[in-house]
Design a protein around this ligand. Structure first.
Ligand code: GLU
Length: 319
């Protein structure tokens, strides 16, 4: 017995003390968009469960602005010890890097991918006062009124801004981009009638559509969403090549120790697959994923390249 203890102590002394017991204090998850938006909704759900699994709280800190790039720059600059990670999105790692000439980070080189937690479709909705009742009516109304209306979005150069710019290019329409710090304030103004149209990630728009404060016209993706089975996809309304998916994944700064990265990845993946947490995610219309660091790294590169070619092909520039 005594001998065993001595051996255990001797082994413990050989282990690198710095992260032998990771985590031994709370972890900060930087959410780069405001409270009440989709990144915040999924981030808080995952953080609560991952904290339980890790035995340490995962504290959400909203650091907003510039389409999520401010919070992501802070994540990239943090100490790579696993105690500060961030929730990357398609905007921060897919679209913005091609449109922000002074971006303070490289979406691949400056981060350690941990786990992509959730994917979500996007949805085009209008204030109920807006004349269009269907996507076809929307397209003809916008064509007949070039430059008259605005669309609200969660940040210039982010996925909701670009998704709309791309759709307008396909359909020959012209609208004004009205950018906010995130979906939550963009929705407030659309529901309030300040801006008539919004292209948003699904989870944040869903409650307003259900309560008839917004009228949904089309959803992205190959299938309708079970939360709103009456809303047709863009594809089934004739826009087969038009697809815009949102995602939210945990990343750390570059250079994180592999064991710390893997411990976080396993905890977050387990969190989003936990039946109760997954059910809550699915209620928002999002799809839990929880993949590995290698898979997420591959996705980040693929998304960066995909959006580069969309932007170049459509010659998209920020307004
Ligand atoms: N649309 C943003 C994105 O997918 C998220 C907006 C928000 O969370 O407020 O990157």
């Amino acid at each position: 017995m005594i001998r065993k203890t001595c051996v255990a102590l001797a082994l413990a002394a050989l282990l690198p003390a710095a992260h032998a017991e990771f985590p031994d204090r709370p972890i900060t998850l930087i959410v780069p968009f405001p409270a009440g938006g989709p990144t915040d909704i999924v981030g808080r759900l995952a953080a609560a469960k991952a904290g339980e699994i890790l035995g340490q709280q995962v504290v959400v800190e909203n650091r907003t602005g510039a389409s999520g790039t401010i919070g992501m720059a802070a994540t990239a600059r943090a100490k790579p010890d696993g105690y500060t990670v961030g929730l990357a999105t398609v905007s921060t790692h897919g679209t913005a890097p091609h449109l922000f000439p002074k971006l303070a980070y490289d979406p691949v080189k400056d981060f350690t991918p941990i786990s992509n937690l959730v994917t979500s479709p996007n949805i085009l909705s209008v204030n109920p006062q807006y004349p269009a009742r269907t996507l076809a009516e929307f397209v003809s109304h916008v064509r007949a009124n070039p430059g008259k209306d605005g669309y609200a979005n969660a940040g210039a150069g982010g996925v909701n801004d670009l998704g709309m710019i791309w759709f307008l290019q396909i359909t020959g329409g012209k609208m004004n981009s009205i950018s906010y710090r995130g979906s939550a304030p963009a929705l407030t103004d659309t529901v309030g009638g300040v801006v008539p149209v919004i292209f948003d990630n699904f989870p944040s728009s869903l409650p307003y559509i259900k309560s008839n404060h917004l009228r949904a016209l089309a959803i992205t993706g190959t299938a309708r969403n079970p939360r709103l089975p009456d809303v047709p996809t863009f594809a089934e309304q004739g826009y087969k090549d038009y697809d815009v998916t949102a995602w939210y994944g945990v990343v750390g700064p570059a250079g994180m120790p592999a064991d710390v990265r893997d411990k976080l990845a396993q905890a977050f993946a387990k969190a989003v697959r936990d039946p109760a947490t997954a059910a809550k995610m699915e209620e928002t219309g999002a799809f839990p994923l929880g993949n590995s660091p290698a898979e997420f790294g591959e996705q980040i590169r693929a998304e960066r390249d995909r959006w580069k070619s969309v932007i170049e092909r459509a010659q998209i520039k920020l307004q």
